[in-house]
Every structure is written in structure tokens, then in C-alpha cells.
Write a protein that binds this ligand. Sequence first.
Ligand code: SAM
Length: 250
Amino acid sequence: MRFDILTVFPNLFSSIFEESILKRAIEMGYLEVHIHNIRDYATDKHHITDDYPYGGGGGMVMKPEPLFRAVEGVLGVREGGALPPVPIILLCPQGRTFTQAIAKELSGYPRVLLICGRYEGVDERVRVHLATDEISIGDYVLSGGELPAMVVVEAVVRLLPGVLGDPLGARQDSFAMGLLEYPHYTRPAVYRGYAVPEVLLSGNHAEIARWRRREALRRTWQRRPDLLARIELSEEDRLFLRELEEKKAP
Ligand code: SAM
């Protein structure tokens, strides 16, 4: 899968793709990332990419010309030409809130283009006539779209087949199955008197799977009950949740 990221601060991406899973995904050929400096597409002498807002008020606004030219240049389209069906995603606090389901949706595309805004944001014509989608990573405002772009890439890349060492890992992650994930433990079996639940040491895989399912249900019931309404539950799941409700167990 290929990501093209448009930014006025390309150096911010210098380390994220050089460590851990993203680095491995690139080395193994699952991921290609191209960082493009929007300034390179500004035609004036000083490569200016922002300007004062019409109507006054504080802050600067990212100009439309460098952004349109950058997207067309990166996608290999002549100025004003029809764009190929590549998602052109504007990172924007007003966009649809990023979720695991959106990460899954994006992982189905061979190529995705991300536009990082700065300052007061981008000229509205970029949002309306250039971007095909807008994504927010949450209800708060950051100074730029670079961190949101990293969040999107990282979440999507985990879902590409072959990227994770353990192929089951991503399938059992929180949200992937609609529930929060069960708790994890590793050695030692007892630490400062705190013991690992016995079932995990039992070697009984059916019992371990049952315990994990119940703990995932318990966690979700405690922390994100809204998720339970959106997934299919087995009869056994429902019974367990009813027990929790009745006991109002912690
Ligand atoms: N004035 C804008 C508003 O109130 O909606 C906020 C602009 S913000 C300071 C500058 C840029 O940061 C945005 O254009 C966007 O690219 C990025 N950004 C900030 N918060 C974000 C979020 N929660 N999700 C995605 N992008 C965000």
C-alpha cells in the first residue's frame, strides 16, 4: 500500500518510518510512504503556502494553489485534469472521527493521499473541491495534521496482511471485533504478591478462550457499554452480561 503525505513540515516524519513495525513494513515491501513538501508546489519566489484570511481575523490560511498543484503533481495529473480514484484525505478536526472501521476501510485501497493542514486550516475550496474525505482523530485541536496523518498510517498499516508478526494480533485488538480486548499478562506468575489468573497457567486452551471472551465482555461493559449495542452476541455472552448486570459486579 502506498501513502502520499502532503505537509509543510516534512522533517516531522523523519523518525516515525524508521522504527519498529512501520520500518519493517517498508523493508518487507508492504508499505511505501512518500512525503511531499507543499512548498515545492508554490510558484512564487518565496514558496509561500499561506495567506491572511479574507474578512479579517487572526491566523493564516493555507492557500489553495500550492495544495491543488501538489495533489495533481503527486498523482501525475495535468493542472485541472480529472483525478484518479485515490482517496484524497484532508486531516481536519471537523472530519469524520477516525475509528478502527475507517482504518479497515482505508486498508483496502492500494494508495491513499493525506493532506496535513496548519495554521487556521486550509482554504475552504480545498475541502470542497479537492479532498474526497476528511478525517479527525478526535474532538480536540492540534497545530497541524502531521500527527493525525501518522496516527492514520500506523492504524492502517497494522491491518495489512503480513505486517504484524502475529497475524491474530490485529484481529483480537480492541475494536477489531467490536469489544475492548481482554487483559494480558506475562512472566513472572507472581509479582509483588499480585498473581496472574490461574486459568492462564492451566494450559487448557478452551478455558483460556472462554476466560478471555468473558474478560473482553466485562471490560467493554464497564468502560464502553455503547459498543455492546453494536455487535452480535452469543447466547452465552448475553447470559454473562446479564449476570454482570444483576451483580453490578465491579
Ligand atoms: N481552525 C481549525 C478549526 O477550528 O477547525 C483548526 C485548524 S488546526 C489549528 C490546523 C490543522 O491541524 C488542521 O487544518 C488539521 O489539518 C490539523 N488538525 C488539528 N486537529 C486535528 C484533529 N483533531 N484531527 C485531524 N487533524 C487535525
